[in-house]
Design a protein around this ligand. Structure first.
Ligand SMILES: [Zn+2]
Length: 352
C-alpha cells in the first residue's frame, strides 16, 4: 500500500514537471520562501528492505537542490533570518531554509561538507535524549528487527498475530502494519514497552541504535560552533507531544531547550515538533511553543511560507526532501510550490 502511495506521489510530481503545470502555479503558490526538511544525509544503500528510506537523502541530491536554489538566486538563510524577514515583512527576495531533524552524525559527516560548498546555513533539531545516548529510535529498531527476522509475533489489540517477514515485500508489509500500530498506541510508554519486548526477543540493542546514529553532546559542541550551524530543540524524548498532558508537553519543550543551552552554551530558540504531523502537533502545541518563547517552531505539514505565515510562527510548514523522490526533476517542482499546494487543497495556511 505504501509502495502504491509512493508511486502515485511520484507520478504526480512527474506529471507536474512534465506538463509544466508547476510553472503556471508558481506565481500563486511559490510563496515567499520554503523551509526544507531533512533527516539523514548519507550515501544510499543497496538493501532492498529500507522502510525508513524516505528519511534519508544522498549528498548528491542535497547538492542538486542547493545548486538549483543558487541558480534561481533564492537566498539560503538561517532560521533566525527567516524569523526576522517574517516579522519585518521583508519579502523582496525569495528564501529557503534547511532544517535537519534528530541530530544524526551523518549531518556532520555528509551534510555539512555539502552545505559548506554553497556557504549555506542550516538548522539541526536535537532531541536531548538522543544526544545523551539514551534515546529510543523505535522506527530504526523496528527496521532492524524485521530485517533479521523471518517472522515476528505480536499481540495487536489483544490478538496474537504472526507476521511473515521472510521476503523483502513481506518485510515491508509487516513494517507498515507494525509502524502504524505503534504510532497509534495511546502513550509513549506503550510504544517503548512493545518495541522493548520485540528488541529483547530478536536481539536488537535499542541503546546501541541511538549511539550509533546520533551525535553525542561531545560531538555536538564543535559541530554547533560551526558558523553555518544552528541547533534547535526537538523535545527530550522525541515523543508525540499532542498525546502528552499539557504539563509534560510544556516540560518536553522547555527542558530540551535548557539541556541544549547548558551543554552547548548557545541559545536554542527554534523548535521542531517530533513527528510534526496533525496527530503530533496542533493548536495546543503551537500555543505552548509560543508561550515557551521559541522564535519559530516547525511542523512536518507540507507547505510553502507565505507573508501570512508571520501570524503562525510556531506552526510553520515544511517541504520534505524525501528519499523516495531524488530524481533530477524534483527540485524545480518543490520550489514551485505546486506539489504542496495540491496536497493542501490550494489553501496557503494550515495551522488549525
Ligand atoms: Zn524527529
Amino acid at each position: 500500500m505504501k509502495q502504491f502511495r509512493n508511486n502515485v506521489i511520484r507520478a504526480g510530481l512527474g506529471a507536474l514537471y512534465f506538463t509544466g503545470v508547476h510553472h503556471l502555479l508558481r506565481p500563486l503558490f511559490a510563496g515567499v520562501g520554503a523551509i526544507f526538511m531533512l533527516h539523514h544525509v548519507r550515501p544510499g544503500r543497496e538493501a532492498e528492505f529500507q522502510p525508513n528510506r524516505h528519511l534519508e537523502i544522498a549528498p548528491e541530491f542535497l547538492r542538486a537542490m542547493l545548486a538549483h536554489l543558487r541558480a534561481r538566486d533564492i537566498d539560503i538563510i538561517t532560521m533566525d533570518e527567516a524569523y526576522r524577514r517574517l516579522i519585518e515583512r521583508r519579502f523582496s527576495q525569495r528564501f529557503a531554509c534547511f532544517t535537519l531533524d534528530d541530530g544524526y552524525r551523518d549531518n556532520r559527516d555528509y551534510a555539512l561538507p555539502v552545505m559548506r560548498e554553497f556557504d549555506a546555513p542550516f538548522a539541526v533539531y536535537v532531541a536531548s535524549d538522543f544526544a545523551e545516548g539514551s534515546g529510543r529510535l523505535w522506527w530504526v529498531a523496528l527496521e532492524r528487527i524485521i530485517a533479521k527476522a523471518s517472522f515476528v509475533e505480536v499481540a495487536i489489540g489483544g490478538t496474537a498475530s504472526r507476521l511473515d517477514t521472510s521476503t523483502p515485500a513481506a518485510k515491508q508489509a509487516a513494517f507498515d502494519r507494525l509502524h502504524d500500530w505503534l504510532r497509534g498506541l495511546p502513550a509513549e510508554r506503550d510504544i517503548q514497552r512493545e518495541i522493548g519486548a520485540l528488541c529483547a526477543r530478536h536481539g536488537v540493542d535499542e541503546g546501541k541504535v541511538c549511539r550509533e546514529l546520533c551525535m553525542s553532546w561531545g560531538e555536538l559542541k564543535p559541530f554547533a560552533d560551526d558558523p553555518l550551524v544552528t541547533i534547535g530543540a526537538h523535545t527530550i524524548t522525541h515523543c508525540n507531544l499532542a498525546r502528552q498532558s499539557e504539563a509534560i508537553a510544556a516540560r518536553e519543550m522547555a527542558v530540551s531547550r535548557a539541556r541544549i543551552e547548558s551543554a552547548l552554551q548557545r541559545p536554542a530558540v527554534h523548535l521542531a515538533y517530533p513527528y510534526g504531523d496533525k496527530i503530533a502537533a496542533g493548536p495546543r502545541e503551537f500555543a505552548l511553543a509560543h508561550a515557551a518563547e521559541f522564535k519559530t517552531a516547525v511542523t512536518t505539514r507540507p507547505g510553502m511560507i507565505f507573508p501570512e505565515s508571520a501570524d503562525h510562527l510556531t506552526a510553520l510548514p515544511r517541504v520534505s526532501l524525501n528519499g523516495n523522490y531524488q530524481e533530477a526533476h524534483i527540485p524545480p517542482v518543490l520550489t514551485s510550490g505546486a506539489a504542496t499546494a495540491m496536497w493542501n487543497g490550494f489553501r496557503r495556511i494550515d495551522a488549525a
